[in-house]
Design a binder for this molecule. Structure first.
Ligand code: M6R
Length: 356
């Protein structure tokens, strides 16, 4: 029940710190992060992981690729389920398929699961719904522990997916003896606190929505590396609930065409959380500002510069997506409210898409 909350989406965004803490607990064994031994064996037996998902889950899959490649050193491909099913790429010798789905009912993903099971490949479903179709039909399941997500716009499930993917990649990496020089449990707890701090400053996000999106017809979200993945999710949130045309772009790609769309006052949200590309993305911001863009820079503490609109608490560089997505969710929420949109039930959309 949404209780005193005006919308499920607001309630679900507020739950994000506790969801991350719940995941730490759920995946803890004798004080260490752990996943089921069978699943660990299946991950470490694979020569390549294929993450299959749609929408927001696809966006968390893109971050998951970085987690598995960096922590576990396993190559990963991420595919949109409706594309993969009808145009299968050349597969590796020992693939493991990972289906990411909040609902566990997405038909596009299910048709891929059915096909790969027919082909005899192992499959793991990461879902919020125990007993869902994708969970029942896969060999293994990891649960998101996010609690029911009612709003059509996915928020806490995205953050939960990132956390569970991080745990799985970290545990697999440790089991392979990879050098991982941080304690993920501790870093996730720090991320949970950082999310709380953002949620406690909602008025700031409301003001940003007012300043940048009040009369906007379109908006751009830019970032590099992990920030690019989050930009895609930020844009999806905004278009889905406020109906403002929005696109997420890799900062360096703008000049290859999209920059032609920048006009006087075009809102551009730029994420700066990745130190190795911080200067590059700032360069991209300068390029759009020179063409009249109204740039809103959201930077991590330690990377901020004067004039940035929002500074996010410092977290481990791999975990910044869990934190940087939250202001984007909130900004979208307030933009939708200003436009009197039906936040929890946007037009033309259903919570689970059970048709192909
Ligand atoms: O339940 P699933 O995670 O499989 O759903 C996939 C998409 O339909 C879903 O993420 C959709 O994009 C959301 N409405 C985004 O907020």
């Amino acid at each position: 029940e949404k209780g005193t909350y005006a919308h499920y989406m607001l309630k679900e965004m507020d739950e994000q710190p506790s969801v991350v803490r719940k995941i730490i607990q759920a995946y803890e064994l004798d004080g260490e992060l752990a996943i089921d031994e069978e699943i660990l064996t299946a991950i470490n037996a694979a020569d390549r992981l294929y993450i299959i998902a749609a929408g927001t889950s696809y966006h968390s899959g893109l971050v998951g690729k970085a987690y598995f490649e960096k922590m576990a050193q396993i190559p990963v491909e991420v595919h949109i389920s409706s594309e993969f099913g009808y145009n299968m790429p050349l597969l590796s010798e020992k693939p493991l398929f990972i289906f990411l789905s909040q609902s566990g009912e997405t038909a596009d993903s299910r048709q891929v699961l059915v096909k790969v099971k027919e082909m005899g490949y192992p499959a793991l479903t990461i879902t919020n719904v125990q007993g869902s179709t994708l969970s029942r039909e896969a060999d293994y399941t990891l649960l998101l522990h996010a609690g029911p997500e009612i709003a059509v716009a996915s928020t806490k499930a995205y953050v939960a997916q990132l956390a569970v993917l991080a745990v799985a990649a970290y545990v697999a990496g440790k089991a392979r003896g990879n050098a991982i020089d941080f304690d993920l449990k501790q870093e996730l707890a720090i991320a949970a606190t950082a999310i709380s701090a953002i949620i406690d400053s909602k008025e700031e996000m409301e003001q940003i929505a007012e300043d940048y999106l009040k009369i906007a017809r379109n908006a751009f979200f830019i970032g590099r590396n992990l920030d690019f993945c989050v930009s895609l999710e930020g844009a999806l949130k905004l278009k889905e609930i406020s109906y403002i045309q929005a696109e997420g772009f890799a900062g360096g790609e703008l000049k290859h065409g999209t920059i032609a769309l920048i006009e006087e006052g075009t809102p551009v949200f730029a994420l700066v959380t990745q130190e190795q590309v911080a200067l590059n993305i700032r360069g991209n911001v300068k390029e759009v500002v020179a063409r009249g863009a109204n740039a809103c820079i959201i930077a991590s503490e330690g990377l901020e510069e004067e004039g940035d609109r929002l500074v996010l608490p410092h977290v481990h560089p791999l975990l910044t997506p869990l934190v940087s997505v939250v202001p984007l969710q909130l900004i979208s929420y307030y933009a939708a409210l200003h436009r009197r949109c039906d936040v929890d039930k946007p037009r033309n959309l259903a919570k689970s898409v059970t048709v192909e």
